[in-house]
Design a protein around this ligand. Sequence first.
Ligand code: HXC
Ligand code: NAP
Length: 292
Amino acid sequence: MYTHLTSMLPPHSFKDKTVLITGGGTGLGKSIATYLSSLGANIVITGRRDNVLHDTADEISKATGGKVLAVAGDVRKIEDVENTLKQAVDTFGRVDVLLNNAAGNFVSPTERLSHRAFESVIGIVLQGSINYTLTVGKYWIAENIKGNILNITTTYAFTGTAFTVPSACAKAGVMALTRSLAVEWGSKYGIRVNAVSPGPFPTEGAWQRLIPESLKDLVDPAKKIPLKRVGEHQELANLCAYLMSDYAAYINGADITIDGGEWLMGAGSFNGYLNIPDQMWDMLDAMRKSKS
Ligand code: HXC
Ligand code: NAP
């Protein structure tokens, strides 16, 4: 049976492709890496924790039989970024796709933040994506490779949000990077650049920082999503894999939201009426008709 929990693309869709995934050792990056590996891709994962990366690389290889290279490094340090690309090319011969997925985030009233707290999140999310995009993009241009980039942003990149303001600023910057380069590098070099904006997809990294147990009733994501559930990693992996694959050859500069309708639920002026029971609509109807 084919559902959102099953693989969407045909086997071997990524045969002979190498995909470099920042933050691929955990969470959504790990899930996407696992799926791409099952579709035949060579995978390169990077993050700061060497042990986490190597455990993930072993786990994926065992599950899929694919090749996974783990390279420890910080996306904020350009020498680490250059080293990751060099090791990837030395190992697999080339890199075809870049997934900018690494992120840093936490919740806090903005007036409590130091400038270094802002700098930390902007450094990982925005400067980190820029560092990888520039390094891999220059390599593609020099080698005449028509690669593609997928950036993981989030819905509050376009709505803004209280209490994770550094992340909102950084993700909005990544969105601007996506749309700008889709035109510039798309026109000049045939390099596609797209983004995916997920709503809530439970991961340890995000949940422990953003939805601590003691506060979870205040922001329980499933309660404010029209489809009344959080996302499943496979459905996000399906979307990301499609956008990075050659099936999406004409998709460039897109930002695809995958959030069960969450951000629109908060936006519509009259969405609060969802709480009105049918009997009350019946009464309102009866009152209207009695007046006409
Ligand atoms: C206020 C904080 C803070 C917090 C750190 N700082 N945590 N300020 N509240 N909770 C401040 C520190 O005091 C310091 O400022 C500055 O930030 C840098 O702190 P470091 O610990 O040195 O930073 P660093 O080692 O670079 O770690 C980065 C990090 C950390 C972002 C702080 O959480 C991290 O490594 N995160 C990686 C994984 C992650 O965040 N995953 C979740 C992604 S989820 P001072 O002034 O004291 O020096 C996501 C979901 C989006 O993005 C959408 C969900 C729906
Ligand atoms: P996660 O598991 O915490 O993933 C973040 C990854 O980034 C970690 O593997 C981390 O590894 C890496 N990273 C952080 N700082 C880094 C640095 N300086 N250099 C290199 N790597 C670094 O969280 P996640 O939920 O899977 O998030 C993945 C992506 O999805 C992020 O872009 C996030 O904003 C986005 N997103 C998530 C959700 C959600 O609901 N989960 C919703 C919308 C968007 P190290 O700590 O080892 O470096």
